[in-house]
Write a protein that binds this ligand. Structure first.
Ligand code: DON
Length: 605
């Protein structure tokens, strides 16, 4: 049974290593943890074994849609590497997953080379040159949130095409024609609408009807005519857009017909993006943010994403406690993790910004001692009063610091971890007429006004104000983990707005500390705290009643499900690599899982 949840995450993640097909339905996984300390209470037993992960011996692709995973595996079968497969998956998602897959959005990619070096490609959207803070304020200086959420003003200059092609040019082995073939085929010939997409499109009718091109491409013209499961969904203009990219590379999107259509429609409808903004857009290669966790090396995305820094901080704090012994989701574990999350998200709000425009103290924030100091006020019996949980003062970077963490041991496995998004579902809801693709509403990830939170309840400071050419702070956290021997161990990431960070962090802990397989680690119930609002949230079937009692006794405002009105639980897509103990024995094996909260698939070869 595939369980569909009505609150859907909109960013998406796809993950690859160099190559099985199984999607297992989701049975909610109750906590197997209970409370060892404090009062005895109810214990909720697991209702049964979790499904097993997808298994393969030659590589694997895990993404939010099966057809996109298959597009990637097609590349592996042709002899391509993980980057070829990632790029094919990315373009295919832009066709089969218009909710979040995109060419009108942006994202981040972490790549691990076969020899073990790790790099990242920042292809985050950028504020157009005409963007100023005033654009999102009314005459009285109040933030007008809607302008950054919907319509032409909401979009930043898209980065996806530049990012995918940069990765392909620099690290791929197949040509554009080959890697884009599945996406073009899916757009031109169409694909049978799965239930989830047919229903999504029908539900979004009113949103699309507000913009004639969106109505033209993604509705049947009036609200009484609905999409049916299984009918072929053909996107001819999108196919032509993809063909221009295939034929001309980056220029096929950022210059020429697509750029003209995009700029013209933005200028006509009060948007900011012009042809020069498009022509000047570049994806940027950056060093990863790396840390160690109990001997494992964790590499993730640095600023302008907050993901890598926040995950490093969370892991640095978790490493200070015997999490395994404290128990999976016991009250003492949740209490400690909740306190950690509060502090880390307070830092995120204060310190994160685009490193090309503002100084971000990345190295100071990810030092091990920094989190030691940040956790000094932790009290195992009581929550730290909210008034005293504020951003910390990161130490100055020392030369030797994290540089060492960027060098990794030899391994034969190449891996790619990508998170891409339009921000909210279908982004700004605007489709480019003649182009057939949705544009992002990523401008909402800027601070519209200090104190005004974004869609995910996240706030920030002047470091993340709107400015021309600036990239907005993100939570996207594509991550690659290596084992203590320096071998590729895990590829992981998630969509889910502000819960991306805590999702990725908990899945890593579930595998390393609690010894879960990747399927269980991903499906296990989660907790989340993001400093503001003050609530400690937990997913349904996650915390036994004695744990919530004991958390309340410590002073936590605890809430199940939706936190503070912000409905997002990350949907992780991950895989784990197992290396044989006997080097002469069988080769490495790939174990993958697509989060059962969504409708994706792990496909192996
Ligand atoms: O960059 C970010 O952090 C957000 N724009 C991600 C949005 C997201 O994950 C949407 N899914 N719920």
């Amino acid at each position: 049974m595939i369980r569909r949840i009505t609150v859907r995450a909109c960013g998406l993640v796809f993950l690859l290593t160099a190559i099985g097909v199984v999607f297992s339905g989701w049975t909610p996984l109750p906590s197997t943890g209970t409370d060892s300390g404090h009062e005895p209470g109810d214990r909720v037993e697991s209702t049964g074994p979790a499904p097993t992960p997808e298994y393969a011996e030659n590589g694997m692709v895990v993404s939010a849609k099966r057809r996109a995973s298959e597009a990637g595996v097609e590349m592996l079968r042709k002899g391509g590497n993980a980057v070829d497969a990632a790029v094919a998956t990315g373009f295919a998602l832009a066709v089969v997953h218009p909710w979040a897959g995109n060419i009108g959005g942006g994202g981040f990619m972490v790549i691990r080379m076969p020899a073990g070096s790790v790099t990242t490609i920042d292809h985050r959207e950028e504020a157009p040159s005409g963007a100023t803070q005033d654009v999102y304020l009314d005459d009285e200086g109040n933030a007008v949130r809607e302008r950054s959420r919907r319509g032409y003003l909401a979009s930043g200059v898209p980065g996806t095409v530049a990012g995918l092609l940069k990765a392909l040019d620099e690290h791929g082995t197949l040509d554009r024609e080959t890697v884009m073939a599945p996406a073009i085929r899916l757009a031109r010939e169409g694909f049978p609408l799965p239930h989830s997409l047919a229903e999504d499109l029908n539900d979004a009718y009113e949103d699309f009807a507000a913009f004639p091109p969106s109505k033209k491409y993604f509705t049947k013209g009036d609200s009484t005519k609905t999409y049916r499961v299984g009918e072929m969904f053909v996107q001819k203009d999108l196919a032509q857009t993809l063909i221009r990219i295939r034929n001309q590379g980056k220029d096929g999107f950022y210059e020429g017909r697509t750029a003209e259509l995009l700029a013209e429609q933005f200028q006509e409808n009060g948007g900011l993006i012009d042809e020069q903004d498009l022509a000047e857009y570049e994806a940027v290669e950056r060093d990863p943010v790396s840390t160690t966790y109990r001997g494992y090396e964790v590499h993730s995305m640095g600023p302008p994403s907050s993901g890598g820094v926040a995950i490093a901080q969370l892991l640095n704090a978790a490493e200070r406690k015997p999490i395994e012994k404290m128990g999976f989701n016991s009250s003492s574990t949740v209490h400690y993790l909740g306190e950690t999350m509060r502090r880390v998200y307070a830092d995120r709000a204060k310190w994160l910004g685009d490193p090309d425009h503002v100084e971000v103290p990345t190295e100071g924030l990810i030092q091990k001692d920094y989190m030691r100091d940040r956790m000094a006020s932790f009290n195992s019996d009581r929550i730290t009063p909210s008034d005293s949980v504020k951003a910390g003062q990161p130490m100055l970077a020392s030369e030797s610091m994290e540089t060492s963490h960027y060098s990794v041991a030899d391994s034969s496995g190449m891996a790619v971890s990508v998170t891409t998004t339009l921000n909210s579902g279908y982004g700004s809801k605007v489709v480019i007429d003649g182009g057939g693709f949705f544009m992002n509403n990523e401008m909402n990830d800027f601070v519209l006004k200090p104190g005004v939170p974004n869609l995910y309840g996240l706030s920030g400071t002047k470091r993340n104000l709107v400015a021309p050419g600036r990239r907005m702070v993100s939570s996207m956290s594509p991550t690659i983990v290596e084992d203590p021997q320096g071998q590729l161990f895990m590829v992981i990431g998630a969509p889910g707005g502000s819960t991306i960070i805590t999702t990725t962090f908990q899945v890593i802990m579930n595998v390393i500390d609690h010894g879960m397989d990747i399927e269980r680690a991903i499906s296990a119930g989660r907790i989340h705290h993001q400093w503001k609002p003050r609530i400690l949230s937990y997913e349904k079937n996650t915390l036994p009643q004695d744990v919530t009692w004991n958390l309340r006794a410590r002073g936590w405002p605890v809430e199940m499900g939706v936190f503070g009105g912000i409905p997002r639980w990350g949907r992780a897509q991950g895989l784990r690599i197992k290396h044989p103990a006997d080097p002469q024995g069988p080769s490495v094996t790939f174990h993958g899982s697509s989060d059962p909260r969504g409708t994706g698939a792990a496909v192996g070869l």
